[in-house]
Design a protein around this ligand. Sequence first.
Ligand SMILES: [Zn+2]
Length: 66
Amino acid sequence: MEKIISNKIQCKHCGEIIESKHIHEFVTCKCETCSVDGGHYHLSRSYKNSPEEDFVELSEVEEDNR
Ligand SMILES: [Zn+2]
């Protein structure tokens, strides 16, 4: 299991950093290329082309395998 500390990405097209803080908080960057959703429950992304082309992953995830 991993625990999500923060759920955020930076759009490579407009440079905006967007973060989803709540499970149903869907956030889209200002150029509308990418979005995050899922808050601290699951990492959900939407993008136009591919993750490599569209955003930088900035999420922090903690491994919880004690
Ligand atoms: Zn953008």
